[in-house]
Design a binder for this molecule. Structure first.
Ligand code: SF4
Ligand code: SF4
Length: 730
């Protein structure tokens, strides 16, 4: 393992020289990350040579390092002539991947006691780090790894990464799995257990009683009367020998103890270490040793195994496992002359050594079958098999580490409260749409509900939970079939995943408006700000429909550009997707470089003068959803014959100009805000309803007013519409 005496110092000098060259240039994980994927072609030692900070941080006193190409490959760190620990990489050990689906290279140091002493993230491709979540947070998270140990990883806190906590969890799991592999393979020097095996060498102290009650030793007894009944059930009359009943019905017909004593935690406890080892000397290689002790009227051992005529077989005892039957012979057995305390004070105590090629599986249950001689119904001799099942307890087995819950399940469990709240929000929005005809008839209630949902969407969904659906998500879904991204990878972010499913469903049913009108945090931000602006009477700019129609095209062009770009370069597409201000305004709440903050704030400011300006003109997500939702099944927004012909109040009521002069709603642009529906049902705003109301009122009073005193329904409607849009309903 260690190089020859003269070569080691030379190598040390060489490595230290390389460290010195690298020092100052490559000491931070950030710089290492910039080195990027080409590093992954190199061995761990070569990668460490380029990032000496990793070694220094984990083992400051390191004097020598040795690359060990084992399973997994590690770098052995020597201090004062002894191995102080190992440096290992998650990539080399388990090839753990991050949220991006790309393997990260997290190098950690571990002592011989299993303590983690430092870690460095050499490479990752988690897009949100450095953009949504600051690099300092990642550094803080990586620093929290030092201090953990194999028994407890709880000090490693993925929540430090807030919105990148899924990446953090994946790194933590990759680290844990790798550390266990390194400890098992390099510190303990035993190959990792991949399937259950008999634990022959592991020892834990157990008393005889504990071995019996824990199932390590099978103990079964049958009384005379029970044996008699067993024979009767089998159509026989009774057992031989006749003296079986000499102690009466409740006398013990037989009692059997049996156990596999090959595991030290049974055999050494039972016989003591010295005798146990002596007995094992006769155990065939890879074979098993079975201990059997019997008592009672009926001995499990007649003298048949001494008789050649019987082929030296034990005629009263055999082993059955599934279709396998093993007959015990004289050659296998060894009578134990020694009794050891009252527990072993039985008439017959024997060991049986079983060759491996007999095929007995020590981990599976098998039956010790006592063959009891008796008489059948006609008085002729018969043999009754009495099986007793033995199952070696798991504590005497080496089991592979339990398969952890899939990562996405763990994440869903962890975020179950958020998932429940999102579920409630989606139920509320669904109910709003199902009952929109009822809701919009009551303008005040509708306004209250709308502002309430928008505030919740912005505050909880966006700012608190960070579940702002983005064009980046749509690009990832588009890429999935080509990249082979599994559905589990998407499920790692449960809120976005659930939201995406809901949006896909509602796109198909009603179009883009369910999301854009109610569930987009940035859309809600714009609308709430605009409402405040209207309230404080910020002047509003109305874009002429002909200009607006041309501006709408921009967002479709941006969307198409991004979708095409992603097929050439995911990184470029993600960079251009910064046209969305979502990450800045919602995910990190403006805690970002000033250019991004100014951009997002600028868009929001424009929205004070032109309602939902960003949604209407620029938003690639809105554009993509409009394209995907183009052939939705239903349109629940109501229109009248008079819309666009005799009246254009709804057109002026629509905050985003989605109602054409013909009165038809352009569903590609419509946000399903339902403002026009509130006007539609308002008998003080919608002229046909005003007319109907007035006719009713006239009918009630029976008095006709003079024409000069009566305003026309359209005039009334216009006045009320102006009042609503000027903020009195906002
Ligand atoms: S258009 Fe864009 S910003 Fe506006 S609501 Fe839709 S997705 Fe959100
Ligand atoms: S006012 Fe009517 S047409 Fe305009 S966005 Fe709202 S629901 Fe759509």
């Amino acid at each position: 393992m260690v190089f020859s005496v003269w070569f080691a110092p030379l190598r040390r000098v060489g490595l230290l020289a390389l460290y010195a060259i690298g020092l100052g240039f490559f000491t931070s994980p950030v710089v290492a990350e910039v080195l990027g994927e080409p590093l992954l072609d190199k061995t761990l030692l070569e990668r460490l040579t380029l990032t000496p900070g990793a070694l220094q941080q984990a083992f400051p006193g390191a004097q020598e390092v040795v690359f060990v190409d084992g399973r997994p490959p590690v770098v052995e760190v020597w201090i004062d002539g002894a191995v102080a620990g190992y440096l290992f990489s998650t990539r080399d050990a388990v090839n753990a991947t991050g949220y991006s689906g790309v393997a990260f290279d997290l190098v950690a140091g571990m002592t011989m006691e299993g303590d983690l002493v430092g870690a460095t993230l050499l490479y990752h491709h988690e897009a949100i780090i450095g953009r949504g979540v600051p690099q300092e947070k990642m550094d803080e998270y990586i620093a929290s790894i030092a201090g953990a140990n194999l028994r407890s990883f709880s000090s490693i806190r993925p929540d430090l990464l807030s919105r990148a906590s899924t990446s953090g969890r994946l790194m933590k799991r990759g680290l844990l799995n790798s550390a266990e592999m390194v400890f098992q393979g390099h510190v303990l020097g035993v190959p990792p257990v991949t399937e259950p095996t008999l634990d022959r060498g592991g020892f834990a102290p157990f008393s005889f009683e504990e071995l019996v009650t824990g199932g390590s030793i099978l103990n079964q007894a049958v009384t005379n009367i029970e044996m008699f009944e067993l024979f009767q059930k089998a159509g026989g009359r009774g057992s031989l020998p006749d003296q079986a009943f000499k102690d009466g019905e409740d006398g013990v017909f037989f009692e059997l103890f049996t156990s596999l004593i090959s595991p030290a935690s049974i055999g050494a406890n039972f016989f003591g270490d010295v005798k146990y080892r002596r007995y094992l000397e006769d155990e065939p290689e890879g074979g098993l040793t079975l201990w059997v002790a019997g008592d009672g009227e009926y001995s499990f051992a007649s003298n048949s195994h001494f008789r050649k005529a019987n082929d030296y077989l034990f005629d009263r005892l055999k082993i059955v496992q599934g279709g396998l039957e093993i007959r015990l012979t004289r050659d296998m057995h060894r009578r134990l002359a020694v009794s050891r305390g009252p527990s072993l004070d039985h008439r017959n105590i024997m060991l049986f050594h079983l060759e491996a090629d007999l095929g007995l599986d020590p981990l599976a249950p098998f039956n010790m079958v006592l063959m009891v001689a008796g008489k059948d119904g006609d008085g002729a001799p018969m043999i009754l098999d009495v099986p007793m099942t033995y199952q070696l307890p798991e504590r005497h087995m080496l089991l592979p580490p339990p398969v952890p819950l899939p990562m996405w399940v763990e994440t869903w469990l962890e975020k179950r409260v958020d998932i429940a709240i999102l579920g409630l929000l989606l139920i509320v929005v669904t109910i709003i749409f199902l009952l929109q005809d009822v809701l919009t008839r009551h303008r005040r209630v509708y306004e209250f509900v709308r502002v309430g949902v928008l505030a919740f969407t912005l505050g909880w969904l966006g700012w608190y939970a960070g579940a702002q659906l983005s064009i980046v998500n749509i690009l990832a879904y588009i890429q999935a079939p080509f990249e082979g991204t599994s559905i589990e990878a998407f499920a790692l972010d449960p809120l976005i995943f659930i939201l995406s499913l809901y949006v896909a469903f509602t796109l198909f049913i009603l179009g883009r408006g369910v999301f854009c009108g109610w569930l987009c945090p940035f859309g809600a931000f714009q609308e709430l700000l605009h409402r405040i602006g209207r309230f404080v009477r910020i002047p509003q700019i109305t874009i002429p429909p002909t200009v607006l129609e041309r501006l709408w095209v921009v967002k479709y062009l941006v969307a198409i550009f991004l979708v095409v770009t992603v097929f050439f370069s995911v990184e470029a597409a993600e960079r251009y997707a910064e046209i969305e201000p979502f990450r800045t305004a919602i995910t990190v709440k403006f805690a970002r470089d000033w250019q991004f903050a100014v951009y997002a704030a600028g868009l929001l400011s424009i929205g004070l003068f032109v309602e939902r300006a960003y949604c209407r003109v620029l938003c690639p997500l809105g554009g993509t959803l409009a394209i995907l939702g183009r052939f939705h099944m239903f349109t629940w927004l109501k229109r009248r014959h008079a819309c666009g012909t005799q009246c254009r109040i709804c057109e002026s009521e629509c905050p985003i100009g989605a109602i054409q002069t013909s009165g038809k709603i352009n569903m590609n642009e419509c946000l399903q805000c339902m403002d026009c529906q509130a006007a539609y049902y308002d008998d003080h705003q919608c002229p046909p309803l005003i007319q109907r109301r007035k006719r009713k009122e006239l009918g009630k009073t029976g008095a006709a007013k003079r024409p000069g005193q009566v305003s026309s329904p359209a005039e009334d409607g216009q006045k009320n519409a102006l009042r609503h849009r000027s903020g009195s309903h906002g």
